[in-house]
Ligand binder design. Structure first.
Ligand code: NIG
Ligand code: FE
Length: 391
């Protein structure tokens, strides 16, 4: 087994309160970290580091856990640039454009979907993401949704069935039949490739009762559940997620105080998606309301062709801090440990001994540089398992 010493780290964030300054960030200065077999084997002051087979000099840069992007729709074909332009000219986002991406995605070859998804995943990785969740939802047939999840499962185990993303045209006059199809034949077809089930529970999308029906069937079939909720209106999606004990409810643009109390009590993570708010000109939720209520918060890119065509992870952090009232530490925690919590994972999202050595070397001496400097080269290197990308 080869051991690698990452040393000359000016600031190391581990997200482990037992390490370093005993804050939630588990921060150490002038630090080193040993990796064996892709796992963190030792963390401590550089002056006390053990001998290792290889040395990786971090050149007095900061090191942080890799971002855990717990909400994306990476597998799709086509573009909606003209829809975006129309929105910026005053049109409102209502989810109607999903049909356009569905048509483009159904027409795309396996090879095209594979190649474009891999490109987006590469872009996310070079921006510091080391784990990605990927949803289906742009085919809306049983075989097609299974195809999208098969493509996604080539690069992540965090695959999510989102057949309830929109009612496709062929079911426009019988939505009950579509809900039954999603909870029946489509669910059975995706089971080999899906880990999670999700529903777009919102105004103009799926109702609370429809979402409850689909998520109950998914859970009975062995999938764990998460939800899109309250992006477009106070739709009841957040309350449903708490009621059902979902791992996460995502967007949370419109939430009432009782929703926050319910989330805190259930332990359901609230995943906030700042770039979706930015590119739809929606109000940014105030992170203080969530954090002060005791809710666990995650951040994610929501990479998708409609509301957030974003593969630039630091932008999420920058908006969280500048527009949503996160402190820099809170935002960094939310995009690492928070994302891991949203995926019910304890092996990622931090750099304590035993966790996976998924880490980014910041192009600066402080972790805060990630939010402070909007540079074209925010990172010096990204390591995932045993392989690294030097940028
Ligand atoms: O997370 N809200 C639903 N789904 C996506 C957008 C889908 C689309 O417009 O293509 C989202 O914002
Ligand atoms: Fe989404």
């Amino acid at each position: 087994m080869t051991s690698t010493l990452f040393t000359n780290i000016s600031e190391l964030v581990t997200n482990s309160p037992e390490i370093g300054d005993e804050s939630k960030m588990g921060r150490l200065y002038d630090a080193a970290l040993v990796v064996e077999d892709g796992v963190v084997a030792w963390v401590g002051p550089a002056s006390a580091a053990p001998d290792c087979d290889e040395i990786s000099d971090c050149h007095a840069h900061a090191v942080v856990p890799g971002f855990v992007d717990s909400h994306t729709h990476l597998v799709f074909a086509g573009s909606r640039a003209d829809e975006f332009a129309a929105r910026m000219a005053g049109e409102r986002y209502d989810g109607g454009g999903i049909a356009r991406t569905v048509a483009d995605t159904r027409a795309a070859s396996d090879e095209e979907l594979h190649d474009t998804s891999q490109q987006r995943w590469w872009q996310l990785r070079t921006s510091g993401v080391t784990t990605v969740e990927v949803k289906s939802g742009y085919d809306l047939t049983a075989t097609g949704e299974a195809r999208l999840l098969r493509v996604a499962s080539e690069f992540t185990t965090e695959t999510t069935f989102l057949g309830a993303h929109s009612v496709p045209r062929e079911f426009a006059h019988d939505r009950d039949a579509y809900v039954a199809y999603v909870a029946g034949e489509m669910l059975s077809a995706v089971l080999p490739y899906a880990h999670w089930a999700d529903v777009f529970c919102d105004r103009g999308a799926f109702s609370v009762d429809e979402a409850r029906h689909i998520l109950t069937a998914a859970r009975e079939a062995g999938l764990d559940i998460r939800l899109h909720g309250n992006q477009l209106a106070d739709s009841g999606g957040v309350a449903l997620a708490a009621e059902m004990g979902a791992a996460s409810v995502d967007h949370c643009t419109h939430v009432a105080d009782h929703d926050l109390e319910a989330l805190a009590a259930s332990g359901t993570v609230a995943t906030l998606l700042p770039t979706a708010e930015l590119f739809t000109r929606s109000p940014f939720p105030d992170a203080r309301r969530f954090l002060d209520a005791g809710v666990t918060v995650a951040l994610a890119t929501d990479c998708n062709p409609g509301t957030s065509y974003v593969t630039n992870a630091p932008l999420v952090l920058q908006l969280a801090v500048t527009m949503m009232n996160f402190t820099v530490d809170e935002a960094l925690w939310a995009f690492t440990a928070g994302g891991a919590a949203a995926l019910r994972r304890s092996d990622i999202g931090g750099l304590a001994v035993g966790q996976r050595a998924h880490l980014s070397v910041v192009n600066g001496s402080r972790s805060a540089d990630l939010a402070y400097r909007a540079s074209t080269r925010p990172l010096f290197a990204v390591f995932r398992e045993t392989t690294g990308i030097v940028l």
